[in-house]
Design a protein around this ligand. Sequence first.
Ligand SMILES: *Cc1c(COP(=O)(O)O)cnc(C)c1O
Length: 478
Amino acid sequence: MSVQSKSSLASIPSVDRLLRRIDAGELSARFGRPAVTDAIRGVLAELRSTPGTTPASNPADEAAIMDHVAARLAEASKPSLRPVFNLTGTVLHTNLGRAALPAEAIEAVTLVVRGASNLEYKLEDGARGDRDDHLEQQLCRLTGAEAATVVNNNAAAMLLVLNTLALRKEVPASRGELIEIGGSFRLPDIMARAGCRLREVGTTNRTHLHDFEEAIGPKTGLVMKAHSSNYSIEGFTAAVAEPELARLCRERGVPFVVDLGSGTLIDLRRLGLPHEPTPMEALNNGADIVTFSGDKLLGGPQAGIIVGRAALLAKIKRNPMKRALRVDKMTIAALSAVLRLYFDPDRLVERVPTLRLLARPVEDIRTGAQRLCPLVAEHLDGIASVQVSDCNSQIGSGALPTQRVASAGLAIRPMSAGRGSGTALKRLTSAFRNLPVPVIGRIEGGAFVLDLRCLEQGDETAFVAQLANLALGASPAK
Ligand SMILES: *Cc1c(COP(=O)(O)O)cnc(C)c1O
């Protein structure tokens, strides 16, 4: 070790000395003294191991050391779960939290989490209540079902239905519907964990009524039909229509269960989208039970909704697993508020963000892109070009998997096209991801594309304001 670095080591201030500073006191008031002490120790350790470099060229510069400590504390206190701008073009993006809640639902949650509530308490007579009471009537009125309950998510709904009605029994399901939705959600696995034996029926592309006729027997617990999510089978195909399958199940005395996946409560043609099956239709077609998600096209909180025949729902509610899969008061408050909006169809689309975003006219999105283009370009001067471009959004979360919705956005292309442009593109996406409110886009045709369907005019100011933080220096982004 050189004489010089030895002397710089000697000039590093002590932890105690730094803790006595006024700015350390201010940091302690914000982050707590133990955290400040730890941060100071960390920064000093770095100084000792790399003298003459971080955080200050002069190790005796206490103010510079404390700036570093403050930055470290601020970074560490950022919540892990944070808002982002979803400009991927996938409106219901599972990895980005799916549906944004309507203001009415956010308000309802805020009201109920402040203190005690009548979650399972009957205010009329002071008797014990059932948390389902807050939702069941609404769900029955909206879907026409006899009874309803709500659990953690649709996967939980299926687990509960299968375990209640088909424990140690067989569940015939079409080979074309043995779905994997992502993560570890595979229908055959859920069935196994629910204690059911899957009985595969038909072939991948074709399943006929007689396949089910042969499969249903004394060991059958229920017959399951799953809405094809994330894929479509095209070409030489055949599936059994719901009414036919329902009739067969009724004749044989086994419940007919439909997993709708997204399960919109409105006719999507109202939004200019193709039709997506609704729980009402499935029930009209003779389904005894229908399950669907709360945070897909319904536009509410994460939840699994089970609607159907009262006798079957009574069994489902008595299953001890229901207790393990139940929803909490925040979900109930939010879902109830969202469902309330469905009773006012004329204002529904404007009030439910998921529907509003899906219904946004492409001209409106393009106008936004034109407004934003120069403002974004200003921050990328000399680094990347920015152009308004047409693109395609998708619904996401398995709804209308092959359907694309015309949209518009910004195509950002690094100037250094050709060799090394992959790195430049990566640097660009990383800089947007590292903004205070991270911006998530997608890479398409050599460009970083920001689909602006999910950036409404009211959010544009916040989006633009933070672009000054784009860290796009010559050095590679972290
Ligand atoms: C999304 C989906 C599920 C899972 O729903 P979660 O609410 O995410 O648990 C199950 N089945 C189908 C057909 C789906 O599309």
